[in-house]
Design a protein around this ligand. Structure first.
Ligand code: PMP
Length: 459
């Protein structure tokens, strides 16, 4: 490809591109960071500057950028086949990957339905759950058409996944397009919606879910949940035992448990899947992001045999699941995913993560001492640092100060890429980072938060 000047690229980007989740007026005012290449834990911009990738690109990179083994697997697959439809055909890598996913995911998830993004994985999970109940023998099961989801939930950006979302900033504007969902309180312990304190709450939020299920279970198809951590909500870590209790409630009230492991899956929380922290097997699991190690768009919605069997019937009965995207089960993406999963084993990634998680946990402790850090939440290698103006009242800084964005720019000046969620600074280091790199991520973030929030003149 021809070499273009950074100024030319900036001009064309601003002229032609509309960026996701981006205030485009602010984007137009600033110099964009234009990335040219990656290597291991680093990204390089078009001017040759080097940055540690503190958010694993968009929470996806597992073994680092430009990983030889994954590159190689993609090249080999490209030499055979770039794409073939899964409608009426199979391909080799999607078959092998499905077999592997069944082996590594929680017990009982035996069937794999492919798509391309976390949003579609969830959308498919919802549609499967809905149709499952419609195809049950008993008339009363056909009333199970609604979902329970959590306040602050984020499950993607398609209309179905937004319907089970609960972040007003992203979702409220679409309210009249969405289907009705029953909301249960979120385990946001720092700002408990039930005004309880973390130490003696006895998980009232799950009790609230219990009473919702008690009242509505006859009309509920499933509970959709991000296991252990509500990511986009600001890294809200649920109390121990929360997920197991939700599983128990789903069993008791005969509703499906749909686990959205799009963000927390593939090692992010320190275990291969977050459900494993509480030995939970969901009825449906939604996977994406880390599935290809951060390389190519691929997602999987997995179900139990029981759910799958409800779609068999007799050929003439037409219980088919009428859903499928053109690039479903793309062989190149599946080859990348297979190489990614092989590396998990070869590099003993989950075992080596444990030392990193300890360092990360220890390193995050001192953030609490900062004058404007209200809360620090972490599980595995994912963390959220909530910035407040006043730690006593938990009042955030006025929006006009633009504190989170200023922290991002300060960190970038010192060679680290991060991105906030509202007032929460997010750290999602690449799982393969060395201990030294992890320490740098923590040090640069600490200094950036301190410098910006403790500046003499903030406004
Ligand atoms: N579910 C969760 C929990 C997520 O964090 C995300 C993306 N951040 C999604 C679903 C949507 O995934 P995608 O952006 O690939 O559509």
């Amino acid at each position: 490809m021809k070499n273009y000047k950074p100024e030319q690229l900036e001009r064309w980007d601003k002229q032609y591109v509309w960026h996701p989740f981006t205030q485009m007026r602010q984007w137009q005012k600033e110099r964009p960071l234009i990335i040219e290449k990656g290597e291991g834990s680093y990204l390089y911009d078009v001017e040759g500057n080097k940055y540690l990738d503190g958010i694993s690109s968009l929470w996806v990179t597992v073994h680092g950028h430009r990983k030889r083994e994954i590159n190689q697997a993609i090249i080999e697959q490209l030499d055979k086949l770039a794409h073939s439809t899964m409608l009426g055909q199979a391909n080799i890598t999607s078959t092998l990957l499905a077999r592997k996913l069944v082996e590594i995911t929680p017990e009982g998830l035996n069937k794999v339905f492919y798509s391309e993004s976390g949003s579609t994985a969830v959308e498919i999970g919802l549609k499967i759950a809905y149709q499952y109940w419609q195809q049950q023998g008993e008339e009363k099961d056909k009333d199970k058409r609604k979902f329970v989801s959590l306040v602050n939930a984020y499950h993607g950006d398609t209309i179905g996944s937004v319907s089970v979302g609960g972040i007003d900033l992203f979702h409220k504007i679409f309210a009249s397009l969405l289907f009705e969902t029953i909301s249960a309180p979120s385990p946001y312990c720092y700002r408990c919606p039930l005004n309880l304190s973390k130490e003696n709450c006895s998980m009232e939020c799950v009790n609230e879910m219990e009473s919702l299920l008690d009242r509505h279970h006859h009309e509920i198809a499933g509970v959709v949940i991000e296991p252990v951590v509500q990511g986009a909500a600001g890294m809200l870590v649920a109390p121990d035992g929360y997920l197991a209790k939700v599983r128990e409630l789903c069993n008791r009230y005969n509703v499906l448990l749909i686990a959205d492991e799009v963000a927390v899956g593939f090692g992010r929380t320190g275990k291969m899947f977050a459900c494993a922290h509480e030995n939970v097997s969901p009825d449906i699991i939604c996977l994406a992001k880390g599935i290809t190690g951060g390389y190519l768009p691929l997602a999987a919605t997995m179900t139990t045999n029981e759910i799958y069997n409800a779609f068999l019937g007799e050929v003439y009965e037409c219980k088919t699941f009428y859903h499928g995207h053109t690039y479903t089960g793309n062989p190149v993406a599946c080859a990348a995913a297979l190489a990614n999963l092989e590396l998990f084993e070869k590099d003993k990634l989950i075992e080596t993560l444990q030392g990193k998680v300890t360092l990360f946990t220890e390193g995050l402790k001192r953030f609490k001492e900062l004058q404007h850090v209200g809360d620090v939440r972490q599980k595995g290698l994912m963390a959220g640092i909530e910035i407040v103006e006043n730690t006593a009242t938990k009042e955030p800084f006025p929006v006009k100060y633009n504190i989170p964005h200023r922290i991002v720019l300060e960190a970038r000046k010192n060679g680290l890429i991060i991105r906030p969620l509202d007032n929460v600074m997010v750290l999602m280091p690449i799982l393969s980072m060395s201990l030294t790199e992890l320490t740098q991520v923590l040090d640069i973030t600490y200094a950036a938060i301190k410098n910006v929030t403790e500046e003499e003149t903030l406004c």
